[in-house]
Design a protein around this ligand. Structure first.
Ligand code: SF4
Length: 248
């Protein structure tokens, strides 16, 4: 595997790259397969002349990321349209702006999967890879999709040191995946909150994982001021510092 300056794989031989490709072919959840494809056929009027991705959306970012940012699932007309995490909707715009502001993204506004935007030491992913109706996967769909995140975390273990989890649903979905990938999750499980922080030791004596809670970048939170750009930058900055990410 050949890594560029910002850690983006230049070759196609990386295991994470292969996993990303495999995710896009998954059809394990009948309800979500039907929904993502219907959204891609019907489309939103503003995107009527676009070809929707309408498949599972893989993680985005370098194979040697030290920081992971986790949402819950792609948006119907965002990631499900463009094929890239947090790309194509307002929530994603807020997140990329914050990543750019603190030096973790090469551009402030994502346009499309082929816009050339790069992340520095940071990877975006989600516990559920298909857009769900009303943004709510069922518990069964969440559990069915978990193995993809576990495999992604397992491949990232040599480098990943911190995770920012956006929102309580993502937090609940991610903790079992952290446990399955080799970190100890305390019982009772740590509660989600904006600014919550928990260090998970590795069961094999390897590097611990620092998990940070952050309100989701949904419009409901950002329009109402529940999550301000300053709050978002604050959590991302602290997590990236803890992870030892070298900003671009
Ligand atoms: S949500 Fe996950 S497990 Fe279900 S079809 Fe999509 S990628 Fe596959």
């Amino acid at each position: 595997m050949v890594l560029g300056d910002d850690g983006v794989h230049d070759g196609a031989g990386g295991k994470l790259h292969a996993l990303d490709a495999e995710v896009t072919r998954c059809r394990a959840c009948p309800r979500l397969v039907a929904w993502r494809e219907e959204v891609g056929r019907v489309k939103r009027a503003a995107f009527a002349d676009e070809e929707y991705w309408a498949r599972p959306v893989p993680g985005f970012g370098p194979e040697d990321a030290r920081l992971l940012v986790l949402g819950l699932a792609p948006a119907a007309h965002g990631g499900n349209r463009t094929g890239r995490m947090f790309t194509g909707d307002r929530a994603g715009d807020v997140l990329f702006r914050a990543l750019y502001d603190i030096g973790l993204a090469s551009a402030p506004l994502p346009r499309a999967a082929d816009d050339g935007l790069r992340l520095h030491g940071t990877r975006l992913t989600s516990p559920v890879h298909c857009a769900p109706p009303a943004n709510k996967p069922t518990p069964q769909e969440r559990d069915t999709c978990r193995h993809w995140l576990v495999e992604e975390l397992t491949l990232l273990r040599p480098t990943v040191r911190a995770v920012v989890v956006l929102g309580a649903f993502g937090w609940q979905a991610a903790l079992p995946a952290f446990a399955a990938a080799g970190w100890e999750v305390p019982r009772p499980r740590p509660a989600f909150g904006h600014g919550a922080r928990v260090r998970l030791p590795a069961r094999d004596g390897g590097a611990p994982l620092d998990v940070f809670g952050c309100y989701h970048v949904s419009q409901r939170n950002t329009f109402t001021g529940r999550l301000t750009p300053e709050m978002l930058r604050g959590v991302l900055r602290e997590a990236s510092r803890e992870a030892g990410v070298r900003a671009g």
